[in-house]
Design a protein around this ligand. Structure first.
Ligand code: GTP
Ligand code: MG
Length: 190
């Protein structure tokens, strides 16, 4: 009983209670995908090791399926996650905002996703992760670096056929910022 309460508690916290969806967590290696999955799974932080093989992990809660894939330098992984395009309801794209050296690489992968026909109607939540690390850029600077100045708005916005896309800065480790992002994207998930 306790477990079930906790379980639904997590999903309602994320706005995903009584939704039926598959969410893909994408991003370069080291962005925080496995850590986010772990935080959702048991609310605790464990020392998650970098994921090597296969570059995919999955967590199911109720009717929600979370699946991670690493992008960048993983050609074989790319082949795998392309198979999931058809069943994806939302994409959560994680970026390590503390590592500006890799913004360009991360932007390249993101742009490829955004321009793919198969995903043209899929909502995108961009998480600028690790803002707990001193020296991370402001949201404004982060958006500029990723080419995300034009997004669809953080509130409830009538989209008129435009794909929902929005940026939320967060710290998965310190557990803030990402739930707002999930609640934002949940309004575009059935
Ligand atoms: N300071 C800080 N570190 C974080 C945060 N989120 C993740 N990390 C750390 O970043 C490193 C990479 O996190 P992972 O969750 O393994 O990243 P990943 O995207 O799964 O990476 P791969 O599996 O290697 O592709 C780990 O050492 C995490 O502890 C955060 O919010 N703040
Ligand atoms: Mg991982």
């Amino acid at each position: 009983m306790f477990l079930i309460d906790w379980f639904w508690g997590v999903l309602s916290f994320l706005g995903l209670y009584n939704k039926n969806a598959t969410l893909l967590f994408l991003g370069l290696d080291n962005a925080g995908k496995t850590t986010l999955l772990g935080v959702l799974k048991d609310g605790r932080l464990s020392a998650y090791r970098p994921t090597f093989h296969p570059t995919s992990e999955e967590l199911s809660m109720g009717n929600i399926k979370f699946r991670t894939f690493d992008l960048g330098g993983h050609e074989s992984a790319r082949k795998i996650w392309k198979d999931y395009y058809a069943s994806v309801d939302a994409i959560v794209y994680l970026v390590d905002s503390s590592n500006s050296d890799r913004f360009e690489e991360s932007k390249r992968e993101l742009d490829a996703l955004l321009s793919s026909d198969e995903l043209s109607n899929v909502p995108f939540l961009i998480l600028g992760n690790k803002v707990d690390i001193p020296g991370t850029p402001s949201e404004e600077k982060f958006r500029a670096a990723l080419g995300l100045q034009q997004t669809t708005g953080k509130g409830k916005v009538p989209l008129n056929g435009v794909r929902p896309i929005e940026v939320f800065m967060c710290s998965v480790v310190k557990k803030f910022g990402y739930a707002e992002g999930f609640r934002w994207i949940s309004q575009y998930i059935n």
